[in-house]
Design a binder for this molecule. Structure first.
Ligand code: ATP
Length: 563
């Protein structure tokens, strides 16, 4: 059994290591050292998560609960804790500082003493699990008690890391990229095979255990599993149809529907739906479940498609209307009547026990058509195989006329590549490109807007380190009503506050339009956006979808070529 103290020590060393290769080696060392039972937990912990992203388990600890738990454990007030947060600007340091006062003075809890801890990694995990299971009335108190237990049992080396993990903000610089390479190094399995298994299972903890126990063969045999979502295949922007055609030769052209992505798992009569963020949204969409049950002729299947909300004329409604349906917990049936959906299926990854990922698109298509009865609620989208530029223009204009976004131009021979944004799927839309960026900070307003958060700090993502790199702020594009809504939403995500500046837990994604990407020394990303403005809050996307630093670089270069 490994103590949490050992984990905390390793985090400290990793945090202080500058190079990603050295970090990878340290993480690998840690993964080898822990027991098989601890391995999945440690794999998630080092990346600052507690459960796999797709799991229905969620810790649900925000700054409010954390500050109260710290205050209680330290015998201080919440205002005292907030003061320390202002001083240190870091939740981990706050925990250390607050609780040190106890050990050096008022000793509210005699169990809290330097080096007296014998908390194990699994014990910490079990407490987090207990916290995630509490819901409803009294759950805040129960969450706090579990946190307090951890703070009271931990040494000062550990409390900072416990505090940071509890709000899933470990920030030691280990993201999916380093974790993947560390698993590869630790258990001697090629990194690309670890990556493939990750895209299929969405769970690096599981991949790590499999690599350790069964080596390369076992990792290779990790595959699709019904009711566990796989990463969605994604598209690249193509600047022009002729470029797309010269890349692909013949293309499979489909409408790019203006809707929201759904991944469907069918196992007998049981249907499970996952959103673009791979959350289980089955309960919110009973009409889609019914349509799938009635119109898919297959014992088992995994399908990919776009749900479109339609108005009385059969035209797509605003994107925000679809989001009202996804993840809805109340008034599900009446909202389903108000905002009906049509499911447009465009791919199939699994059918009656057979994995189809490596079949060419055209062959998957034939299988898809073979098992779907198209009707009012569900249909296979029309696909045109062509190398004729004029024909593509006609399809594109038809899609726009029908109120959709544009077209997808796919490689007819391509496999389904989970999680990949490659050249096999290209998208073309008339509207200006936008960036999906995560909000990492905000500022309380002035004058009329003092009680509103505005001026949102935005960041892109470095998938290797898991760090979010600032690219600037967006302060325009908001109505007063929207500012009130956003303030409400962000108030649960505030990590620290200093003056009018607020640090926000990176969770909410803004789709932002801009004039230009510029090089900049003011921001850690090295880039800044000129005239950014908010287009949409993308609650259908998760932080894995945030634009990467690599993509910003690429866009900057393309833009430079064009100008
Ligand atoms: P966007 O913000 O443009 O919707 P995205 O980041 O959600 O893009 P991309 O991979 O860039 O995703 O574009 C593909 C998206 O387009 C899919 O996620 C899906 O939701 C949507 N889509 C609509 N019609 C199709 C189609 N026929 N084939 C594939 N994807 C489609």
């Amino acid at each position: 059994m490994t103590s949490f103290k050992e984990f905390a020590k390793a985090c400290k060393v990793i945090e202080g290591t500058p190079g990603s290769l050295d970090m990878t080696a340290l993480v690998a060392e840690l993964l080898v050292k822990v027991t098989p039972e601890e391995l999945p937990v440690v794999t998630h912990f080092v990346m600052g998560e507690i459960f796999p992203a797709w799991s229905s388990e969620e810790i649900g600890v925000g700054a409010g609960i954390l500050y109260s738990a710290l205050a209680k454990s330290a015998g201080l007030s919440v205002a005292d804790i907030k003061e320390i947060v202002r001083e240190t600007g870091d939740i981990g340091e706050t925990a250390v500082k607050a609780l040190k006062k106890v050990s050096s003075g008022q000793a509210t809890f005699s169990s809290f003493m330097e080096d007296s801890s014998d908390l194990s990694i699994l014990e910490v995990y079990e407490r987090f699990q207990a916290i995630s299971k509490t819901s409803g009335k009294g759950s805040q108190t129960s969450k706090m008690k579990n946190l307090q237990y951890l703070f009271n049992s931990a040494s000062s080396e550990e409390v900072g890391y416990i505090a940071r993990i509890s709000v899933e903000e470990l920030r030691i610089g280990v993201g999916e990229g380093i974790a993947r390479d560390a698993i590869s190094k630790a258990f001697d399995v090629p990194s690309d095979e670890i990556e493939r298994a990750f895209m299929l299972t969405n769970d690096l903890g599981l991949v790590a255990v499999t690599a350790r126990e069964g080596g390369r063969d076992a990792v290779q045999s990790l595959g699709l599993e019904l009711n566990r979502p796989i990463r969605m295949m994604l598209a690249q922007v193509t600047p022009d149809f002729d470029i797309a055609l010269s890349d692909l030769g013949t293309a499979a052209v489909e409408w790019k529907f203006d809707g929201a992505r759904v991944q469907i798992h069918k196992e007998g009569d049981s249907i499970t739906l996952f959103s673009r963020r791979l959350e289980n949204i089955t309960d919110s969409l009973p009409d889609v479940v019914e349509a799938v049950r009635e119109n898919i002729d297959a014992e088992s299947a995994i399908l990919d498609g776009e749900a479109v909300a339609i108005d009385e004329n059969g035209r797509p409604r605003a994107f925000q209307d679809i989001l009202k349906r996804f993840r809805r917990k109340y008034d599900v049936q009446s909202t389903a009547r108000e905002i009906p959906l049509i499911l447009n299926l465009f791919d199939i990854m699994y059918l009656n026990g057979e994995e189809l990922l490596d079949l060419p698109l055209v062959e998957r298509r034939a299988k898809l058509e073979g098992c779907v009865r198209s009707g009012d609620k569900i249909r296979v989208d029309t696909q045109y195989i062509t190398d004729d530029l004029d024909k593509i223009m006609v399809i594109y204009n038809e899609a726009l006329k029908a109120g959709h976004e544009g077209v997808m131009i796919k490689n007819p021979q391509s496999p389904y590549s989970p999680g990949k944004r490659g050249k096999n799927w290209l998208k073309k839309k008339p509207v200006m490109e936008t960036l999906d960026l995560v909000v990492i900070g905000a500022e309380w307003g002035y004058g009329r807007r003092t009680s509103f958060l505005g001026s949102y700090a935005l960041a892109c993502h470095d998938p290797d380190t898991g760090r979010f790199l600032p690219v600037g702020r967006v302060a325009t594009g908001f109505s007063d009503e929207q500012l009130a809504e956003l303030t409400d939403m962000f108030s649960d995500l505030i990590v620290t506050e200093a003056g009018t500046e607020v640090e926000i837990k990176p969770e909410v994604i803004f789709e932002v339009a801009f004039e230009e990407i510029q090089k900049s020394v003011n921001y850690d990303s090295g880039y800044a956006l000129r005239f950014p403005r908010l287009v949409n809050v993308r609650s259908d996307k998760s932080i894995e979808d945030v634009e990467t630093i690599g993509r910003l670089e690429e866009m900057y270069l393309v833009q430079r070529e064009r100008n």
